[in-house]
Design a protein around this ligand. Structure first.
Ligand code: NAD
Ligand code: UFG
Length: 338
């Protein structure tokens, strides 16, 4: 019995591999290295003190997937593999629909053919769109998304729910992540974005280490306590533990279930900058810039359903998140290197 992790070399996948191994699960990992480096997996094995099978494989390659399912008894799949850059998705929508939607359809077809009908999927708070008030709850309407990346998440959620309706043997767990930041407390694995980061925490860390001159804060005139955008930042290790709980749930239930994975607390951009400076004793110079297209003022979760049904609750606070992000960045100024 093993869990297949697609995209297991990436930021969230690598942390989840460690937590699954810690919980005693056997894992099989696949990744096409589009946005990851072999060094990440090497460090996961080093931290876990365990080896596990890895396949360099694309989720759109049905024969490659069949070979993996034929070689291992896979009980459930945690499906992280996908493209995730919002801005890039506007420039390259077909790549996003092909990789994220097409790849998920191929994966599910092979799963059904090979007799594995349990999937935990990486969705996103982005599916709640622009119109719902926070705290966001799982039964609020979804789909009013503003970019192709977000639409792939919405469409995949709908496809997976349809699959459950068509065949009662399927189990689908849709996990809507809020804003994952932080890194493993060892400082050995973390987020290693290509090029200039789009997301706030990697940008802050790269300013603090001197790779970038200053942070631009996108708007200080939102309807929030200090005018800057408010988000629900969640430690990536808490998110990883959420997947261990979600797999346990998937192994015991059928049908489709949706869970928010967040802390339930919102922090503004200025709150996070200050928390990072205070936690780490470093300066993060910033300027106020115009709003970024597509951003909303406030987005945070109601995480009570996950606590109720999965027995999961975030355990790390914002100081832990800032400290662990900085430990990873300062010990690995160039990420995993070339
Ligand atoms: P990541 O880019 O670090 O990890 C994704 C991994 O998937 C990478 O290792 C990449 O090489 C691999 N991959 C991409 N396309 C593939 C394909 N066709 N076949 C095989 N492997 C492929 O991203 P992450 O931050 O770890 O995110 C994991 C998942 O969570 C993604 O689906 C992402 O959309 C979703 N998500 C992330 C966030 C976030 O802020 N990080 C928020 C919400 C949802
Ligand atoms: N921000 C800045 N400067 C930056 C980067 C971000 O001020 O250089 C601000 C944004 O305007 C926003 C906040 O910091 O107010 C957070 O921005 P991020 O880009 O880190 O995160 P988002 O909330 O925009 O989006 C993230 C992921 C999406 C995902 C979404 C919801 O990038 O993929 O969370 O889960 F869909």
């Amino acid at each position: 019995m093993a869990i297949l992790i697609t995209g297991g070399c990436g930021y969230i996948g690598s942390h989840t591999c460690i937590e699954l191994l810690k919980a005693g699960q056997d894992i099989v990992v696949l990744d096409n290295y589009y946005n990851a480096k072999p060094e990440a997996l090497r460090r996961v094995q080093e931290l876990a003190g365990k080896e596990f099978p890895f396949y360099e494989c694309d989720i759109r390659d049905a024969d490659g997937l069949r070979r993996i399912f034929a070689a291992h008894k896979i009980d459930a799949v945690i499906h992280f593999a996908g493209l995730k850059a919002v801005g890039e998705s506007v420039q390259k929508p077909l790549e996003y629909y092909d990789n994220n939607v097409g790849g998920t359809v191929t994966l599910c077809q092979v799963m059904a053919e090979m007799g594995c009908k349990r999937i935990v999927f990486s969705s996103s708070a982005t599916v709640y769109g622009m119109n719902n008030p926070s705290p966001l709850q799982e039964d609020m309407p979804t789909g009013a998304v503003t970019n192709p990346y977000g639409r792939t998440k919405y469409v995949i959620e709908e496809i997976l729910k349809d699959v459950c309706v068509s065949d009662p043997d399927w189990t689908v767990v849709l996990l809507r992540y809020f804003n994952p930041i932080g890194a493993h407390e060892s400082g050995r694995i973390g987020e290693d974005p290509n090029g200039i980061p789009n997301n706030l925490m990697p940008y802050i860390s790269q300013v603090a280490i001197g790779r970038l001159p200053r942070l631009s804060i996108f708007g200080d005139d939102y309807d929030t306590p200090d005018g800057t955008g408010v988000r629900d930042y969640i430690h990536v290790v808490d998110l990883a533990v959420g997947h261990v709980k979600a797999v346990d749930f998937a192994l015991k239930h059928t049908g489709a279930e949706v869970f928010n994975l967040g802390t339930g607390t919102g922090y503004s951009v200025l709150d996070l900058v200050k928390a990072f400076q205070d936690a780490n004793g470093v300066e993060v110079p910033y300027t106020i810039a115009p709003r970024r297209a597509g951003d909303i003022a406030t987005c945070y979760s109601d995480p009570s359903k996950a606590e109720r049904l999965l027995g999961w609750k975030a355990a790390h606070d914002v100081v832990d998140m800032c400290r662990d992000s900085w430990r990873w960045q300062s010990q690995n100024p160039q990420g995993y290197g070339d």
